[in-house]
Design a protein around this ligand. Structure first.
Ligand code: PLP
Length: 403
């Protein structure tokens, strides 16, 4: 079977599992316990934090271990926005306006700015803040390549904002946003910028100083660490209202007994991904370009979605008009190739992908989307076979007609 769905998840690397093993067995302690076994766990956690901080170019105290990308996004969006709106954040706080009702302390006009193609972990967090805390949410449109307009961003942030969140790389089409330029604009208005770097990790530079971001989310299982571990980088002076209360772990920012083995796995996977990043990105970009060119040449009317060049090396996403994405997926699976009709989170939904419709694709074309996300160990020969299979699969579905 050929696995072309790395953007959904990746298998745990053997070296990552081996690094985690001691903290699941002999050194299984609770990192808060004051005995030898607990201290061994605490030391491993501290080392994992240092390792992640080295990759991100920040201080270990700025790393918060979470249960994954979704939690990191939730903590960034809700945590920073609520702290800013109640005057606890480092940012400008709320713009002037009435409060949300007696005792809530939340300003009604607190403003959130995101792109319209963020992951649901960000968009649903914003919806929650709008529904329950009276925030306003500006969703910036994107062009047909998936890029936001920086002048529109400037105008939106000029109205004041509690938080701006723009993903580094999109999970469905792979478009990479100009985060450093976005950060300069956010900085001009003293707005905290969060970026979801879940898909970017392993392919793009993650130095938070160079990116200029105040917060950045990562997820372990896209990198060869297990599901259920992630990281939020939160710049030192920025406050985030905790979402999970309890024993005060992670310096009160995320309570709950630490997942020591998960943090170790996350750190090792991130270190390895960073060490291999440049070479992997160059190799994969060349292979992905060949793969896309073969499919575009072999499938009449095929559309490569996302930016032609500013895209993740690992993602090639297409629409194949005259098919349905699900039928092409089934046909490819019959040919022993697994991929996705869009993001794993939206799989099974009958609605066309909001990301693709935001790019301006008609709903009936968006329904024909297929995403291939490559793993770094794939060979050119395998990808050649995959491209031939895609051409065959689309021809078969078109011949048989869409059910
Ligand atoms: N953000 C992006 C861009 C993603 O692609 C995903 C997962 O697909 C997430 C966030 C959620 O991460 P997790 O699965 O670790 O909760």
């Amino acid at each position: 079977m050929m696995y072309l769905d790395s953007a959904a998840t990746t298998p745990v690397r053997r070296d990552v599992l081996e690094a985690m093993w001691p903290y699941l067995t002999g050194d299984f302690g609770n990192a808060s316990s004051r005995h030898r076994i607990g201290e061994a766990a605490a030391a491993a956690l501290a080392e994992a934090r240092r390792e992640v901080a080295t990759v991100l170019g920040c201080r270990p105290g700025e790393i918060i271990f979470t249960s994954g990308g979704t939690e990191a996004d939730n903590l960034a969006v809700k945590g920073i926005a609520l702290a800013a709106a109640t005057g606890d954040g480092d940012g400008p706080g709320p713009t002037a306006g009435p409060t949300a009702g007696a005792g809530s302390g939340v300003r009604r006009d607190s403003h959130l700015v995101t792109s319209s193609i963020e992951h649901p972990a960000v968009l649903e967090s914003c919806d929650y803040l709008v529904r329950r805390h009276g925030f306003r949410h500006t969703r910036l449109g994107v062009d047909s390549n998936g890029l936001i307009d920086l002048e529109e961003l400037d105008r939106a942030l000029g109205r004041g904002a509690a938080l701006c969140s723009v993903m580094y790389a999109n999970n469905e089409v792979g478009t990479v946003q100009r985060i450093a330029d976005i950060a300069s604009i956010a900085d001009k208005y003293s707005v905290s910028l969060h970026t979801d770097a879940v898909q970017a990790a392993g392919w793009l530079p993650l130095n938070v100083k160079e990116l200029g971001v105040a917060a950045l989310s990562l997820s372990g299982h896209k990198l060869g660490a297990p599901k259920g571990c992630g990281v939020l980088y939160l710049r030192g002076r920025i406050r985030a209202e905790p979402l999970i209360h309890g024993g005060g772990q992670e310096r009160g920012r995320r309570s709950g007994t630490e997942n020591v083995a998960g943090a170790v796995g996350m750190a090792v996977a991130l270190r390895i991904a960073e060490a291999q990043r440049q070479q992997a990105a160059e190799r994969m970009t060349a292979m992905r370009n060949d793969f896309a060119a073969t499919i575009l040449a072999g499938v009449d009317g095929a559309i490569l979605t996302g930016h032609p060049t500013e895209r993740l090396p690992s993602i090639a996403s297409f629409c194949f008009p005259g098919t349905s994405g699900e039928s092409v997926l089934l046909e490819l699976e019959r040919l022993d190739i697994v991929c996705s009709s869009g993001s794993a989170c939206a799989a099974g939904s009958d609605e066309p992908s909001p990301v693709l419709t935001a790019l301006g694709l008609e709903p009936d074309v968006a329904q024909t989307a297929v995403r291939f996300s490559l793993t770094s160990d794939i060979t050119a020969e395998q990808l050649g076979q995959a491209a031939a299979a895609v051409i065959d699969a689309v021809a078969t579905v078109r011949r048989l007609g869409v059910p």
